[in-house]
Write a protein that binds this ligand. Structure first.
Ligand SMILES: NC(=O)c1ccc[n+]([C@@H]2O[C@H](COP(=O)([O-])OP(=O)(O)OC[C@H]3O[C@@H](n4cnc5c(N)ncnc54)[C@H](OP(=O)(O)O)[C@@H]3O)[C@@H](O)[C@H]2O)c1
Length: 307
């Protein structure tokens, strides 16, 4: 089968299309024919070797942490899934940037029926991160003012929808290329972060900030000053430093693989309560170009890659 692999850490050019044996599903695993994987910023960190301590990988490494596809073979002791099932999941050892990937059956859920199977590849990493930010770490409640910083990204698209679903008043930072879609996803207000300081656009403090932008220390502290005393900043990109005695809490988190949360996201999509916004669909063989685009800031929303 064809697979997008790296043999060493480095620039995007280390990503190569190779012919490799199709993997065999082990005990408890299934073999999935990949309909699509999706790009995540962590793929760049992995490829450059920057995440070695948090997300160690073995080289050569087949890229791809999100998968949507169809089961074509079962390993031993798989009783909950069948050949032909359409599934979606987060594959924590990578491998989805290929024609086939194996995954533990208990990490997969049924793909949404309401959208094309390939589009479901946009859900796992971004959707789980947004779900856990909104419901677990921030505990967004009806009537709260929530600022989603970085709403134009893959996580942000889900975060806006989930915070809105929880009944919040959602304020979203987005540049002009993302403003319309972020509004369509449910943001009540948008602030073009390239045109003005976010502070100038707010008519009062917010209860919660969901921070999805990699900020330097100073910008992170500026963000905290937008939150009312007793409020919280939840960051997917590392915690802002909290001055001693600060009345605002700050947490950072790494999203975990949770099939309960993934199934809940699928349900929201199938009932029409949430949607998957695919910004771009690219052939898998263009993966290195997608990494270059991401590093140059040319990627917004979710990009799916189709083998
Ligand atoms: N902790 C975890 O477990 C976890 C999991 C997944 C992702 N992450 C991290 O969370 C972050 C977001 O992930 P993602 O997949 O959503 O990334 P992404 O899709 O690459 O986000 C790109 C978007 O960021 C927006 N942006 C860039 N600079 C901005 C700024 N100064 N203010 C506001 N928006 C800005 C841009 O919005 P416009 O289009 O509006 O310009 C762009 O569309 C990444 O740093 C990622 O590594 C963490």
């Amino acid at each position: 089968m064809r697979a997008m692999r790296i043999h060493r850490y480095g620039a995007a050019s280390v990503i190569r299309e190779e012919e490799v044996p199709r993997p065999a599903p082990g005990r408890g695993d299934v073999l999935i024919q990949v309909a699509a994987t999706s790009f995540n910023p962590s793929d760049v960190g992995l490829r450059r070797g920057l995440l070695r301590t948090v997300l160690p990988i073995d080289l050569p490494y087949t890229v791809g942490g999100d998968v949507a596809g169809t089961i074509v073979e079962l390993g031993d002791d798989v009783h909950t899934l069948a050949v032909g099932d359409r599934v979606v999941g987060r594959v924590d050892n990578g491998g989805a940037a290929a024609e086939y990937v194996t995954a533990a059956a208990d990490t997969l859920v049924a793909a949404p029926a309401a959208i094309p199977i390939a589009h479901a590849a946009a859900i796992p990493i971004a959707g789980l991160t947004a779900w856990q930010a909104v419901f677990e770490h921030a505990g967004v409640a009806s009537g709260q003012r929530v600022l989603v910083n970085g709403a134009g990204g893959g996580v942000g698209g889900f975060a806006v929808q989930l915070a809105k679903h929880a009944g919040a008043h959602v304020i979203a930072t987005a540049s002009s290329r993302s403003t319309d879609i972020v509004r369509q996803l449910g943001a009540d207000e948008t602030v073009d972060y390239t045109a003005m300081p976010v502070r100038d656009a707010l008519d009062g403090p917010v209860d919660i900030i969901l921070n999805l932008v990699d900020l330097g220390g100073q910008s992170a502290s500026a963000l905290m000053s937008l939150v009312r005393p007793g409020g919280i900043v939840v960051s997917a990109t590392g915690a802002p430093t909290v001055p001693g005695g600060s009345p605002v809490a700050a947490v950072s988190f790494v999203a975990r693989n949770d099939t309960g949360h993934l199934a809940a996201l699928v349900k929201l999509i199938d009932t029409g309560a949430a949607r998957v916004d695919i910004a771009s669909t690219r052939p898998l063989v263009e993966l290195a170009a997608v990494h270059l685009d991401a590093e140059a800031g040319r990627i917004r929303g979710k990009t799916i890659l189709v083998p």
